[in-house]
Design a protein around this ligand. Structure first.
Ligand SMILES: C[S@@+](CC[C@H](N)C(=O)[O-])C[C@H]1O[C@@H](n2cnc3c(N)ncnc32)[C@H](O)[C@@H]1O
Length: 296
């Protein structure tokens, strides 16, 4: 596994990056749930299931968004369990709170906090959470390895960990196309590079790399599943992918007429390139936490 070149270098850069991520996802909140039925939702369900969350479990779900994996976790944990669903984008959390209320779920707390400094709440047993889940979020965390290791350390020995990440190649053709189109209006975006290049995602986007990374974080019995997901490249879905995900940041600084021009140009480019499907294939990694025995 290669070292992590994508992490910001110092504390002020980290604060800036985290604040920018929060702003991007808050702005994306209007469209974010348009993607839930086809993108976030299926992966979140599979993640909660494969992590093996069961009745009574205490679960930490970070980078929870509107609750794609946290809500199924809460349903699996039942009234005797509890889910702490953590994100820095409060607008997304508000959507999650509304869904939880509509579903009558009283065992989930949506908390606005930075996952890199999270400490278990007082209702978590001393030995730690029973499970940690992170769906499409871990690669946004500054110093991904250290941040993930810190979160894993909050799970008890024998507890479970589950993450989802885009598989190598997934979303690539589409995000390249979006970069090309947005770059016509915003050249600085062309220089920034895609999610894959701006974040450490590329270090964990194959089954072997993800497995090695989970073991290095202090887990064993790793299983990697591949969730195939080929999205139809309709005009509506393409635009929702831009406005309701981390790609939203690409539109920063453009005014409303420019955004409308980008929307039209994107639709034209999708047709011109003959793009019919968008590969959203996802790796689902699960593992069991191994805590070394305390000596003495
Ligand atoms: C692609 S979204 C995935 C959301 C959700 N897990 C899902 O699958 O629908 C990534 C999420 O990570 C959150 N995030 C990024 N950095 C974070 C941090 N340092 N602490 C907490 N949340 C963070 C973003 O605000 C965003 O909601």
């Amino acid at each position: 596994m290669t070292p992590d070149p994508g992490s910001p270098a110092d504390a002020s850069t980290i604060t800036d990056t985290t604040a920018e991520t929060a702003r991007t996802f808050d702005e994306a909140s209007e469209s974010f749930d348009e993607l839930t039925p086809l993108v976030w939702g299926p992966a979140g369900q599979v993640l909660a299931f494969r992590t093996g969350i069961g009745p009574g479990d205490r679960v930490l779900d970070v980078c929870c968004g509107t609750g794609a994996s946290a809500l199924p976790a809460a349903m699996a944990a039942g009234p005797d369990g509890r889910v702490h669903a953590v994100d820095i984008a409060d607008e997304l959390l508000e959507h999650g709170r509304l869904v939880a209320e509509r579903r009558g779920l009283k065992n989930i707390d949506f908390v606005c906090a930075d996952a890199t400094t999270w400490e278990p709440l007082s209702d978590v047993p001393e030995q730690g959470y029973d499970a940690l889940t992170i769906s499409y979020g871990v690669f946004f965390l500054p110093h991904m390895d250290r941040s993930f290791g810190r979160l894993v350390s909050q799970v008890r020995h024998g507890g479970r960990v589950g993450v989802t990440v885009w598989r190598a190649g997934a979303m690539e053709e589409f995000s390249d196309l979006v970069f090309d189109v947005v770059g016509r209006w915003s050249p600085r975006m062309r220089d920034r590079g895609s999610l894959r290049h701006r974040t450490p995602l590329h270090r964990i986007d194959t089954p072997a790399a993800l497995e090695e990374w989970l073991v290095a974080a202090g887990t064993h019995t790793v299983e990697i599943g591949t969730l195939s997901n080929l999205l139809p490249a309709t005009e509506e879905l393409c635009w929702a992918l831009v406005t309701g995900s981390g790609m939203r940041g690409m539109l920063a600084g453009l005014d409303d007429p420019q955004v409308e021009e980008v929307r039209q140009a994107l639709a034209d480019e999708v047709t011109a390139r003959g793009l019919h499907t968008i590969d959203a294939t996802t790796l689902v990694g699960t593992a069991t936490v191994l805590r070394p025995p305390v000596s003495g």
